[in-house]
Design a protein around this ligand. Structure first.
Ligand code: ZN
Ligand code: ZN
Length: 168
């Protein structure tokens, strides 16, 4: 199993192998170390995010989105060209093959566990059915929490000026 994460300190994307014995996840860019909570990784898989410690995780297909888009675009262009050349069977043949490749890819790719809060991806792990698919409500909750944090950060940055102004 491995985790792909955004370092909370330097915000660079890093990846690190992960197993039941892992206690620390170092950032390759800045050296910041994330301590793994003791009960986070068990034989049951991941129960909480090892980067931000959130318990809210969802499961999704680890589909390479760029590849999916390329297949659809190439398939559409090829079928348009075939249509333009009045090759009806070829047009539908290309569309059918494009769809078949998409379905095949979807069946072949494995699941990834993703953290709502920090977006860390956990790959190469066997699903034990303990994770639920993406839930917009939970996602919205974390999005608003992140927005509030950002606002707080801005206020903090403004505060020192406000304290200074009466003295000036
Ligand atoms: Zn870092
Ligand atoms: Zn997280």
């Amino acid at each position: 199993m491995e985790v792909v994460f955004r370092c909370p300190s330097c915000e660079q994307t890093g990846r690190s192998p992960l197993n039941e014995e892992t206690t620390e996840i170092p950032c390759a860019s800045c050296g910041q170390v994330c301590g793994v909570p003791p009960e986070a990784i068990g034989s049951q898989g991941i129960s909480r995010c090892v980067i931000c410690r959130s318990h809210d995780l969802f499961i999704r297909k680890d589909f390479p989105q760029r590849l999916g888009v390329i297949i659809v675009v190439v398939g559409s262009l090829a079928s348009c060209y075939a249509w333009y050349r009045h090759a009806l069977f070829l047009t539908f043949g290309i569309l059918f093959i494009t769809a078949a490749i998409d379905v095949l890819l979807y069946l072949l790719v494995r699941d990834a566990i993703v953290c709502y809060r920090c977006g860390a991806h956990y790959r190469g792990y066997d699903d034990d059915d303990s994770h639920t698919p993406f839930n917009l409500e939970i996602h919205e909750r974390y999005r608003q929490e992140a927005a509030r944090q950002e606002l707080k950060g801005v206020n903090k940055a403004v505060d020192p000026d406000q304290n200074l102004s009466p003295r000036v």
